[in-house]
Design a protein around this ligand. Structure first.
Ligand code: ZN
Length: 612
């Protein structure tokens, strides 16, 4: 009995931390504890209560119908049992054509919007009035009054701008809803229009029979996941037929006609040998665990990133710690949970590269020295990686150059073959390095890559492309924050940060422009809008293997003709251009959405027609 009490206390504490946006353990770990409780005390009231959530100083709202949790399936077997239960229920009431719908499972903060009141889920029965989220600038996707959904932040934006500040996007969203004042990061994300309330009805979905669902589960999950730029943790499958839903009903915890499918990657256990500290381009010091080599999904894993220093401190990671690592899809292995803490936890006080005392910023340790050699190495490495048109400049080579005082792009590009030899590089490597520099200038490179390569903060590849569609590269250094702010997707703070960053690299920018890189221009929107081709202003998805050239080249060509190139089919897509080996689910979806489907040959014929 004592064990059960302790377990429930623990679960309540974890729950509370999760709701406050500061989770103490991973979701999988939490779910495992819940399963443990179900094992030893299947009737415990905790299992039948929806996890509570508390917002101080907010008005309580009773939901017209309870907002329940979702039952979870981790294995094929659990999913197939769910499908059998649905089929049996349908049989009981004589429904023959049973259809299922699958949607991505958003990992945000659940809420219900009736058009007037916007309430958080709370304990499922009673939530909190959180309409102030809309006043703060959270965008209701599809408009107000569309029912139940979740507040989420765009994932690509989070990864580009916030991943170094927050451990999970949800933590940031909870902060936006819970607090009266927004911190700078939240204000910027909202200003840039990246924080949304997404009603479930507005999500992409898959529909099909029980057999189709069970046979293609992995494909369906992958397809849906690809089409959503929000944090998600699996998908939700539910039966569509209303009669079946009514007949199946709900427990006090979840609806019986719905299940969450979580694809849990393969995991392995290993021991930490040591923790190394890597200095990033912007001065963040990232801990990397060297582990006893272990086989995971066919790869021999030796290193696992620990994301940030806060985790090392909190979880007790160091020599001898036992950890579980996970790898799902092609994702690099990451830490899943700590099985056994270490007694030797070492947090560096000084930068491993330049010995500057480190500062804590949230959970991150930072070196604030702009002249830190490791940061310079990373910035030069970022340049070559982002341009992506020349090899040979790996981090070890760059380190040797920086150690010899070749610590700016100008100095690197001034190097002759003999200069490399003098620094001790062999004759072949010296020739390769010199040639690579010439190649990087003479091989075509898109202007947005060139711009993003400078590593200005808030100016990654995506934002560079957007910016250059409005302002030509050569005019950019002279542009004002107001000019940038006038562009959709750039808020006030971001715009100021960009102009400040551009000012900082002004001299290098001019010097690099003078070297005569072969820069391919992004077509200006103003020019594109005066174009008149069959695809100007249309949204196109290219899929499958193309035969007449690479898919990237076709995408670039379409952009030049003023088309919007999308990565996945949505309700806004006009054309789906199919190369070889296109999966049936993509075609099925395009057909359902009324998208025009064409072959690669049809496409080229269409854009070659003189009068469209
Ligand atoms: Zn440093």
């Amino acid at each position: 009995m004592e064990d059960i009490k302790k377990l429930v206390e623990k679960l309540n504490a974890y729950n509370d931390a999760y709701r406050r946006g500061k989770p103490l353990i991973s979701d999988v770990e939490y779910d495992a504890l819940v399963e443990q409780l179900r094992e030893i005390a299947p009737q415990h009231p905790f299992l039948n209560a929806v996890e509570p959530e508390t917002f101080e100083n907010k008005i309580e709202i009773r939901h017209p119908a309870p907002m329940l949790s979702t039952e979870k399936a981790y294995t094929e077997e659990q999913l197939s049992r769910f499908v059998s239960r649905v089929m049996k229920a349908a049989g009981d009431i004589g429904v023959l054509d049973v259809r299922f719908r699958v949607t991505p499972k958003l990992d945000g903060l659940a809420g219900r919007d009736d058009g007037t009141i916007f309430a958080s889920r709370g304990n499922g029965e009673v939530g909190y009035e959180i309409s102030s989220a809309f006043q703060k600038g959270v965008i209701p996707v599809g408009g107000r009054g569309l029912g139940i959904g979740e507040i989420v932040i765009e994932m690509s934006y989070f990864e580009e701008h916030l991943a170094e500040e927050f451990e999970h996007p949800r933590n940031m969203v909870v902060g936006i809803v819970a607090s009266d004042t927004l911190n700078e990061y939240a204000r910027r994300a909202i200003e840039d229009g990246k924080v949304h309330f997404v009603p479930y009805s507005q999500l992409v979905s898959w529909e099909g029979s029980a057999t189709a669902l069970l046979e293609n589960t992995e494909d369906i999950i992958q397809e849906l996941t690809k089409q959503v730029d929000y944090p998600i943790d699996g998908v939700v499958a539910e039966v569509i037929n209303e009669d079946v839903k009514t007949y199946m009903g709900a427990t006090s915890h979840h609806y019986r006609w719905q299940i969450a499918i979580k694809s849990k990657g393969e995991t392995a256990e290993t021991t930490v040998r040591s923790v190394m500290w890597q200095v990033g381009r912007t001065g963040s010091i990232t801990p990397v665990m060297e582990v006893e080599p272990v086989l995971l999904s066919g790869a021999n894993i030796r290193r696992v990133t620990a994301h940030h220093a806060g985790l090392i401190r909190k979880e007790g990671i160091g020599e001898g710690a036992r950890i579980e690592i996970i790898r799902s899809g092609e994702v690099i292995p990451k830490l899943e949970q700590i099985l056994e803490k270490s007694r030797h936890i070492v947090i560096p006080g000084h930068c491993p590269s330049c010995s500057t005392p480190l500062l804590w910023q949230n959970d991150f340790l930072k070196c604030t020295n702009d002249n830190c050699p490791a940061q310079i190495e990373q910035r030069i490495s970022h340049w070559f990686k982002t341009l992506g048109n020349a090899d040979w400049f790996g981090i070890k080579t760059i380190r040797r150059l920086v150690e010899s005082g070749i610590d700016t792009l100008e100095k690197v590009y001034a190097m002759k073959e003999s200069d490399f030899s003098e620094l001790g590089f062999g004759p072949v490597q010296s020739g390769n390095l010199y040639n690579a520099l010439q190649t990087s200038r003479t091989k075509p490179v898109e202007d947005w890559r060139f711009l993003a390569a400078f590593g200005v903060s808030d100016l990654g590849k995506g934002d560079s492309r957007k910016l250059l569609a409005r302002i030509p590269l050569e005019n950019l250094p002279d542009s004002t924050p107001e000019q940038i702010e006038a562009i959709d997707g750039f808020g006030k703070i971001t715009s100021r940060s960009i102009t400040r960053g551009l000012n900082g690299i002004r001299r290098t920018f001019d010097n690099m422009m003078d070297l005569g890189f072969r820069i391919e221009k992004t077509p200006l929107l103003a020019d594109v809008q005066s174009l008149d081709t069959p695809i100007t202003g249309k949204s196109i998805v290219f899929t499958g293997k193309m035969t007449r050239g690479s898919r990237e080249a076709m995408q670039a060509g379409a952009r030049k003709l003023g088309a919007k190139v999308q990565s996945g089919v949505s309700g806004k897509t006009d054309f789906l251009v199919c190369g070889e080996k296109v999966g049936p689910s993509k075609i099925e979806k395009a057909t359902r959405l009324g998208v025009t489907i064409m072959s690669e040959a049809d496409y080229f014929e269409m854009i070659s027609e003189p009068d469209g």
